[in-house]
Design a protein around this ligand. Structure first.
Ligand code: SAM
Length: 218
């Protein structure tokens, strides 16, 4: 892919329209809307497809994977209530777009991807855009115990169940956001660790993600 980091009035205008669209779909968190308005989503696309970058759609990024739909990114980001300096584990790096949004919200991001080609690509591209996360290659369904505990964990692929091992890597007061269901449809689930042993679980709206594949997954 040829990446030319050009962000001119056309792309900035398209981003503004995307932000208005997300507001109309119910996203209200001004910090999240600000981050979506700031991160140039077209940088994650081949130049041939820049005209698709600010549509509210997921888009193929190769190896059968997708850059998530902006509404989904905004929805999960809003749920997380990221505070400045929050240590966040992202499972499913993909294009790195969600990673950049988390960083714009002030998070220190640990992100893991299981597909080597995608991992290597994003590892190279993000620093060129000025975003430096902590990248890992491997099965994120096991979390990353070496860097736990986390204030927040976000899973950006559809899981068959909530992996217990991820809950154990949350700080007390921390939150996991994960889509759970079958291969066709998943319910967005949040789990808050309220004490050493207790968790509160909430089930929200329905989405469709690519599958989370791994030891504690499909
Ligand atoms: N958030 C990403 C973005 O903004 O582009 C989109 C992620 S894409 C919908 C889901 C990603 O999760 C894919 O790149 C896929 O390879 C990855 N994935 C699936 N199972 C995984 C696992 N067990 N560990 C880490 N990554 C995984």
């Amino acid at each position: 892919m040829a990446y030319k980091f050009v962000d001119n009035y056309r792309e900035r205008g398209a981003r503004k329209k995307l932000v208005e669209h997300l507001k109309s779909r119910g996203i209200t968190d001004e910090r999240v809307l600000g981050a979506i308005g700031k991160v140039p989503r077209h940088f994650f696309f081949d130049e041939t497809f820049w005209n698709q970058a600010y549509k509210d759609i997921a888009f193929p990024i190769g190896d059968g994977q997708t850059i998530s739909q902006p509404y989904t990114v905004a929805y999960q980001s809003e749920l997380l209530h990221i505070g400045k300096g929050d240590k966040v584990l992202e499972i499913g790096t993909g294009s790195g777009y969600q990673t950049c949004i988390l960083m714009e919200l002030g998070a220190e991001v640990f992100t893991i991807e299981r597909q080597e080609s995608i991992y290597k690509h994003t590892l190279k591209v993000l620093p060129g855009m000025g975003y430096s996360a902590n990248f890992f290659f491997g099965d994120g369904s096991m979390g990353i115990a070496a860097h736990a505990p986390y204030h927040k964990i976000i899973v950006t692929a559809g899981a068959p169940f909530v992996p217990e091992i991820l809950l154990k890597q949350l700080k007390i007061g921390g939150m996991l956001v994960i889509p759970v269901g079958d291969e066709h449809s998943q319910t967005m689930v949040t789990v808050i660790r309220v004490s050493e042993t207790d968790y509160e679980k909430f089930e929200l709206d329905t989405f469709r993600f690519v599958p989370l594949v791994g030891d504690q997954a499909w």
